[in-house]
Each structure stands twice: as structure tokens, then as C-alpha cells.
Design a binder for this molecule. Structure first.
Ligand code: F6R
Length: 600
């Protein structure tokens, strides 16, 4: 969470450059944004605003060759201008931006207040800049011989080492016109230019300027000037020799064309994405299949939508490959890893490859010597870099905060891996091709209009319940998530069999009840659940391969056997999208969310 961008060099439009960088990072948080630059007299110029950056502009009176900026996803403190980053120390020497959570901020703040520091915000982040000011001041007092740069590095080292939690901070030192940054957990990338340097939370923001990158490791600290970047070990304080990498990655840009939202574009992209997966080389699919078959226990781990893809995977592997794979939500997996051994395999699934709950637990598994794999969309992301075995989703940039095509791309890959385990990868490809044909039908204007009309019938309801069994259970969960996050309607997915164990108490006359009924062994059991809901007055929306008289509404999602989760979830995605429109929500940036969740 939180986008970070910094520039230092000869370009006098540093602040504009930072604004451009922030726009490309806004998906990391859009509660507020802010930029700090330095005028010729060494004074910090600050611009902070709440809300999305959109077409924001600003007018610093002086041009600056150094600037940092931040887009915020609020953790500590509400969405206000005061709480927006950067934060300044009492003397106007330092401007600081932060990503993460300083877990022990309250005790540090109390101590700083006692010695007279003035706080403007309610954030944990602001303590960092005041503590830095304090540490720098006392080092200056004690030490007259060392250079200001080395005292700055030392002060930042002491300051950062007092924080508990996973954090990254970047400090603009207005007097020396340098940046200092330290990291433990949250991602930071440095870009090496010609007499100019860059710093960002994401390589994509730097790639338009340079492809010479260094991905900071945890427990590293850097000092950045326009001419050089020095990296230090945070524990020993010793300078490290590092090698930047020259990457051949391109800046991935995505245009929504004439479509009103990225979410719709990305839903409609899914046919093409799956077609590409089918025609891609099988090499990595087979590699993952052999990794799984040679491991003693495979665990699929992810968060949110990625977690539901993992859960879908457990059904896919059981049905197709007769193989038990385990599933865990990444934030819980850390409490379950005591039994992992060197023979275990943990596969992290992620769109961004930056989700901290996942990265954190992958690191813990790595420390136990466990084999790691990654199924990830973003090339060069932390997850991509930390694993030897990686499979790129190749779904293209996903811009809408609500994840869609990355989910179906994960399902398609898991399906092919499961079929590869049986030695019949082509069967998987046939099913995926059939899924593409069904999607083409679903994306015809008449089908889209039918779902849109359905949304207009449902949007005034406060609750929507969704059931599915077997592979359709995680599809019900994922569809409910799409509806919740895009439209703010309370939607809940259930295992069809659980209905009568409590949930049915919520069904009353007119309650919208969605049921997934693909052509598989779950059909008749799910249909019984549908009857039970109907008997209580539920308004039944059947999604499946054939209509039934019990349905009040029916959406045909065809039959593509084990790939049926793909068209079924697409119906859920479209319903979420159209419900969002009915509620006037921007489905690309729903409230309170961020595309990349890099705090715990
Ligand atoms: C839901 C959504 C989130 C993400 C989750 C994991 O639409 O986008 O639930 O799926 O935050 O993100 P990644 O896949 O980037 O690890």
C-alpha cells in the first residue's frame, strides 16, 4: 500500500516528475497524496491533498531538482490533509514518507512529546521524522568530525532500528539535498540514471526513465545523491557493494479505450487472456506439475481473490489429478507452518506479487528450507524475485482495484498443471477453449444487457446470498467478494450444504439468492438448496448450463467441465460491475481499498 516516488538530478521539474510517478502508483492507495520539494534557499515546499490524484496539478513557486511524493492508504489516522505524507520535522530539515506500520509508535511519540516535539498529524509515520530530527541533533552535538551525510545515515539507521513492524521510510534531507531510505518489509526500488537517480515502491514507475534497477533488500539503508547511490547494512552500518540489474522489462501501460472502466475492460479481456494461456509454452506448467509430484505436501497460499483461486485449486487437483493440495489464506498460514519440512512445497498466488501477508509467510517458509513456487502476474515483483520456481500469469496489467482477469488466469494455470500431472494437458486446453467460446457468448451485448437488467432488479437489496458446491463453492465466495467490494452491497457466499445449518434463517420474501449449478456431481444437491431457499420466498437466480422452473432468473454459463468456474465467476464479476454502476460507485477505485496491500 502507499505509492512512493522520489527523484534527484538536474531536472528542475522534479516535482512534476514525481507527480507523474505518483499517478502511475495511485493504485497503491488513493486516500490522499502529497509531494515535497526543496527551493533554492533549502526550504521544503509541500503540497498535500485528500482524495484521488486524478488530474491534480500544483504550483510550487520555485523549481526543484529534488522531490519525493506519496499516495496514501490510511492506516493510522483518518483521511485528512494533515495526515497525508510527507511529514516534516519541527525544524523543516527533513520531509519523510512512510509505507508500513510503526507498531510501537505510541511509546516513541510519548517520549518525543515530553521533550517538546510538535505533532501535526495522528499518524504513526510522523513519529519517524521527529525521532530522526532528535537523533540527528544529538549526533551533531557529539560529533564534529564526520560529514553531514554520514551523520544523516547514522541518524536514519538509529531511527529506523527503533521501529517494530514492517516498514519503509524515505527521507528528503533539504539541507544536504539528498535522500535517505531504509526498508524492512515494504518494497523499494532504486533507479540509476545519468546524473540523476530515482526511488519508488514499484519498478513500473521507474522504467520510463531507466532500466538499471536495484531492488532493496530488507535491513538495508541507502543514501541517494544525484551522482551516486550508496547502500548500507542496517545492522552493522557497513557500506555494501551492490550490483544494479539491467532489466529488459517494458513499462506496461493499459488503456481502457472507449470502455467506461478498467474493471469492464479487464472482465472482457478474459477470453484473450485464456486463449494466450492455452497457446503458451507448456514448459513451466510441466515444471510445476513435477514440483508438485516430487513434494511431500503442497500448499497453495494467497489473499483475497488469490486465496479463492487457491481454494478452487484444491478442488481442481483433487478432481483432475487425484492429488491432495492444501490451501490457506496467507495471513493465517504463518500460524500453520510448524509442520512444514524441506520436502514441502508452498506456492504463493498473487496478482501484484507484493501482498505483504503473502510475502511475509513465504519468507518464513523459506527460513524453514521449504521449496517455494510463485504464480504471479507482475514481472519483477517481490514474490517473483524471491522464488526460483515461477509461473507468470501473463494476464496483462490489471488496473482496476477489483481483481478479475488475474483470478481466471490463476484458475486456468492451475487447471493445466493438474492435467499435466495426469499426462493429458491437452484435455485441459480443450476445456479452456470451450470456456473461451462461452465467454464470447457472455460478452455479446444481449447477454451483457441481461446481466445489467438483473442488476437493476437487485441493487436496492441490502443482502445477496450465493451458494455453490464443490468447485462452485470458492466461485460463490469470489462472486460475493466482487459484489461487496464493487457495489458495497452485503453479499455472502456459502457452501451449498451449509445453507440449512444456519444461513437459511436469513432468507425471506424477495431475498436475492444466486446459485451456481454447473453440469457436475453437485447439480442435484445444489438444486435441493435452491428449492429450500425458494420455499422461504427467496428470489432465485440460477447460473449454470440449463434453465429450471424454480429459477426466477437464469443466466446461461454453458458447460466446459472442470473449467466451469471461469464462465461462472465472470457472471459474478459482471453482476458486481453493474451493481457498482447502479450505486454510482467507481468500480476501478472503490472506497477503502488499494490494489497492492503492502501493510499487515
Ligand atoms: C479483490 C482483490 C484482493 C486481492 C488481494 C491479493 O478483488 O483484488 O482481494 O486479490 O489483495 O492481492 P494479490 O493478488 O495482488 O496478492
Amino acid at each position: 500500500m502507499c505509492g512512493i516516488f522520489g527523484y534527484i538530478g538536474n531536472n528542475k521539474q522534479a516535482a512534476d516528475l514525481v507527480l507523474t510517478g505518483l499517478k502511475s502508483l495511485e493504485y497503491r492507495g488513493y486516500d490522499s497524496w502529497g509531494i515535497a520539494a526543496v527551493n533554492e534557499g533549502g526550504r521544503i515546499l509541500l503540497e498535500k491533498k485528500t482524495g484521488k490524484i486524478g488530474a491534480a496539478e500544483f504550483n510550487f513557486k520555485n523549481h526543484s531538482r529534488i522531490a519525493i511524493g506519496h499516495t496514501r492508504w490510511a492506516t493510522h489516522g483518518g483521511v485528512t490533509v494533515a495526515n497525508a505524507h510527507p511529514h516534516l520535522d519541527c525544524t523543516g530539515h527533513f520531509a519523510l514518507i512512510h509505507n508500513g506500520i510503526i507498531e510501537n509508535y505510541d511509546e516513541i511519540k510519548k517520549a518525543l512529546l515530553k521533550i517538546g516535539h510538535r505533532f501535526i498529524s495522528e499518524t504513526d509515520s510522523e513519529v519517524a521524522v521527529h525521532l530522526l530530527e532528535e537523533n540527528y541533533k544529538s549526533l551533531i552535538k557529539k560529533n564534529k568530525t564526520n560529514s553531514q551525510d554520514s551523520l544523516f545515515v547514522e541518524a536514519l539507521k538509529i531511527t529506523f532500528s527503533s521501529f517494530r513492524g514492517l516498514n519503509a521510510v524515505i527521507v528528503l534531507n533539504a539541507k544536504n539535498r539528498t535522500f535517505g531510505a531504509a526498508k524492512n518489509g515494504s518494497p523499494l526500488v532504486l533507479g540509476f540514471g545519468n546524473k540523476e537517480n530515482y526511488l519508488a515502491s514499484d519498478s513500473q514507475a521507474i522504467l520510463p526513465y531507466t532500466n538499471k534497477l536495484y531492488f532493496m533488500e530488507d535491513q538495508e539503508l541507502v543514501l541517494v545523491t544525484k551522482d551516486q547511490i550508496k547502500v548500507f547494512d542496517l545492522i552493522s552500518g557497513k557500506e555494501k557493494s551492490i550490483k544494479p540489474v539491467s532489466v529488459s522489462w517494458k513499462t506496461e501501460t493499459e488503456d481502457k479505450g472507449k470502455l467506461p472502466h478498467f474493471m469492464l475492460k479487464e472482465i472482457l479481456d478474459q477470453g484473450k487472456v485464456i486463449k494466450n494461456i492455452v497457446t503458451d509454452s507448456d514448459e513451466n506448467i510441466k515444471k510445476f506439475a513435477s514440483l508438485i509430484s516430487s513434494s511431500f505436501g503442497t500448499y497453495l497460499v494467497g489473499c483475497g481473490t488469490a486465496a479463492y483461486a487457491c481454494l478452487t485449486g484444491t478442488y481442481i487437483f483433487s478432481k483432475i489429478a487425484k492429488k491432495h493440495v492444501n490451501f490457506s489464506v496467507a495471513s493465517e498460514f504463518g500460524y500453520l507452518i510448524d509442520f512444514l519440512t524441506e520436502k514441502s512445497l508452498v506456492i504463493g498466488l498473487s496478482q501484484s506479487g507484493e501482498t505483504i501477508d503473502l510475502i511475509d509467510v513465504m519468507k518464513k517458509a523459506k527460513e524453514r528450507g521449504v521449496k517455494l513456487g510463485a504464480i504471479v502476474n507482475v514481472l519483477g515483483s517481490t514474490l517473483y524475485r524471491m522464488t526460483d520456481n515461477k509461473l507468470l500469469l501473463n494476464a496483462g496489467v490489471e488496473k482496476a482495484v477489483v481483481s478479475t482477469k488475474a483470478f481466471t488466469a490463476k484458475i486456468a494455470h492451475l487447471l493445466l498443471i493438474a492435467y499435466a500431472l495426469t499426462g493429458d494437458i491437452n484435455k485441459g486446453k480443450t476445456e479452456l477453449r470451450k470456456a473461451v467460446e462461452i465467454l464470447e457468448e457472455l460478452f455479446k451485448p444481449s447477454s451483457l444487457n441481461a446481466i445489467k437488467t438483473l442488476a437493476t432488479k437487485l441493487y436496492r437489496h441490502k443482502n445477496i446470498y450465493i451458494i455453490g458446491r464443490g468447485i462452485s463453492y470458492p466461485i460463490a465466495l469470489e462472486s460475493a467478494l466482487k459484489i461487496k467490494e464493487a457495489s458495497y452491497i452485503h453479499a455472502e457466499g456459502f457452501a451449498g450444504g451449509e445453507l440449512k445449518h444456519g444461513v437459511i434463517a436469513l432468507v425471506e420474501k424477495g431475498t436475492p439468492c444466486l446459485a451456481f449449478l454447473p453440469n457436475d456431481e453437485t447439480y442435484f444437491d445444489t438444486l435441493s438448496g435452491v428449492m429450500e431457499m425458494k420455499a422461504r420466498g427467496g428470489f432465485i437466480i440460477g447460473i449454470g448450463f440449463k434453465n429450471h422452473e424454480v429459477f426466477d432468473e437464469f443466466i446461461n454459463s454453458g458447460d466446459c467441465q472442470m473449467a466451469s468456474g471461469i464462465p461462472n465467476v465472470v457472471v459474478g464479476q459482471l453482476l458486481g460491475y453493474y451493481l457498482a454502476l447502479c450505486h454510482g460507485v467507481d468500480p476501478d477505485k472503490p472506497r477503502n481499498l488499494a490494489k497492492s496491500v503492502t501493510v499487515k
